[in-house]
Design a protein around this ligand. Structure first.
Ligand code: NCD
Length: 348
C-alpha cells in the first residue's frame, strides 16, 4: 500500500498537457510503492474492493488492456472488459450509450481507448454532465495522447536512475531522443509533455513526412536542425522548454542518454509517406551501430508493439544491456495501479 498521503484532486486522467510536477511525483512515488507490492508473494491489496473498473477498448490492444486489467485486479476491483467486435456496437449502439450502459451497472472507473481523438474527453464530459462520480482514464485516443504510457515511460527512466526514489527532477538535463513516426504517435505527444516538464532535453528525429506540421513549421530549408519556441499549454506557460527537431537521426542520437523509438503506424498512414521500409530502417532505424553516437550507457525504449527490423533491429530489441522494452511493460502494471488508486481511492 502506498505510504504517501499526498493530496490528489484530478478526477479524470485524459492528458499530460497540464500535469503539475507534484502530480508527476505523486504518480512516481505511488507506482514505486505498488512495485513493492508486486514483488511480494501475495501481490494483491484490497484498496479498490467493491469498485468496478470497465476497460472500454474500441481499438485493438495487448499491453495496455492487459496491464490495466491486471492493475485493477491487483487492487481487488471488479473488472469488466469490452471489445468492439463482440459488443452491441455491431448492432449500431453509440459510444455514449455504451458508456451509459456501464454507468448503469455501477461502474466507477472507465478506462477508454478509441481510434478517434477526443472520445475519452467526450465520455468524461458526459459523465460530469450527468452528475456521476465516474472517472475516465484515457488509454490512448487517436493521435492525441496516451497519458499512462507517458507516465510508465517516465517511471521506467526515473527508476533506472534512482529505483528507491523515482522523481521528475532526475531527468533534468538528460538528452532524450524520440525517433520515428511522431506524427501518428499519441505516445510521443504524451511523452513530450512529461519530458519537457522534467527539464530533459528532448530531440525529435523523423523524416519530414512523419513530423507534425506544428514542428515542421520550425524547420526552414536552410536550417534543418532547430530549436523550437515554447509550445502552447492549456493553463500555464511551460518552463523554458528544451525541444529540438531534426530531419536526420545523427544529431538527435549524439550523446543521448535515452532513445525512445516509435512504431511506424501503417494503419494510420493515408498516403505514401515513405519510399520503403528498408530505406526507413537505413535512415532512422535504431541499431547497435547507430547507438555508438549515444552515451555508452544509453538505453532504448519502445512502447510496443514493435515492427522488428524496421524502427529497431531485432537483436537490439532483445538485448537487456540496451533495451528497456520489457521493463516498460513491467512498469506499466505498477503505474496503472497508481493511477487507478489515485483516482479511485476517494470514491469508497
Ligand atoms: C502504443 C499505442 O497504442 O498507442 N502502444 C501501446 O499502447 N503500448 C503505440 C503503438 O501502437 O505503436
Amino acid at each position: 500500500m502506498p505510504t504517501t498521503s499526498l493530496p490528489w484532486t484530478r478526477h479524470h486522467i485524459l492528458s499530460l498537457a497540464d500535469f503539475t510536477t507534484a502530480e508527476y511525483d505523486t504518480v512516481l512515488r505511488t507506482a514505486a510503492s505498488f512495485r513493492e507490492v508486486l514483488s511480494r508473494r501475495t501481490k494483491k491489496v484490497p484498496t479498490l474492493q467493491g469498485q468496478v473498473v470497465a476497460n472500454l477498448f474500441f481499438e485493438p490492444s495487448t499491453r495496455t488492456r492487459s496491464s490495466f486489467e491486471l492493475a485493477a485486479k491487483r487492487l481487488s476491483a471488479d473488472t469488466l472488459n469490452f471489445a468492439t467486435a463482440t459488443s452491441s456496437m455491431t448492432k449500431g449502439e453509440t459510444i455514449l450509450d455504451t458508456a451509459k450502459t456501464y454507468l448503469a451497472m455501477g461502474c466507477d472507473i472507465m478506462v477508454i481507448r478509441h481510434q478517434q481523438a477526443g472520445v475519452p474527453n467526450a465520455i468524461a464530459a458526459e459523465m460530469d454532465r450527468l452528475g456521476t462520480r465516474v472517472s475516465v482514464l484515457n488509454a490512448g485516443d487517436g493521435q492525441h495522447e496516451h497519458p499512462s504510457q507517458g507516465l510508465l515511460d517516465l517511471f521506467t527512466i526515473a527508476s533506472l536512475i534512482d529505483s528507491d526514489n523515482p522523481r521528475l527532477e532526475l531527468l533534468k538535463g538528460k538528452k532524450i531522443a524520440i525517433v520515428g513516426d511522431i506524427v501518428h504517435s499519441r505516445v510521443a505527444r504524451s511523452n513530450i509533455w512529461s519530458l519537457i516538464a522534467s527539464g530533459a532535453e528532448v530531440h525529435l528525429a523523423a523524416p519530414p513526412t512523419l513530423l507534425p506540421q506544428l514542428f515542421a513549421e520550425y524547420v526552414s530549408d536552410e536550417q534543418r536542425e532547430v530549436s523550437c519556441p515554447p509550445l502552447p499549454t492549456p493553463n500555464s506557460p511551460l518552463p523554458t522548454p528544451q525541444l529540438f527537431v531534426h530531419w536526420q537521426l545523427e544529431p538527435a542520437l549524439r550523446d543521448a542518454d535515452f532513445v525512445m523509438t516509435l512504431r511506424l503506424q501503417k494503419e494510420r498512414m493515408t498516403a505514401n509517406l515513405l519510399p520503403s521500409l528498408r530505406e526507413y530502417h537505413q535512415m532512422f532505424g535504431i541499431t547497435r551501430e547507430a547507438l555508438r553516437l549515444c552515451k555508452s550507457n544509453v538505453k532504448v525504449l519502445h512502447p510496443g508493439p514493435v515492427n522488428r527490423g524496421v524502427e529497431i533491429s531485432s537483436d537490439l530489441m532483445d538485448d537487456p544491456e540496451f533495451s528497456l522494452i520489457q521493463a516498460q511493460v513491467t512498469s506499466g502494471v505498477a503505474v496503472r495501479m497508481a493511477l487507478l488508486y489515485l483516482i479511485g481511492s476517494g470514491k469508497v
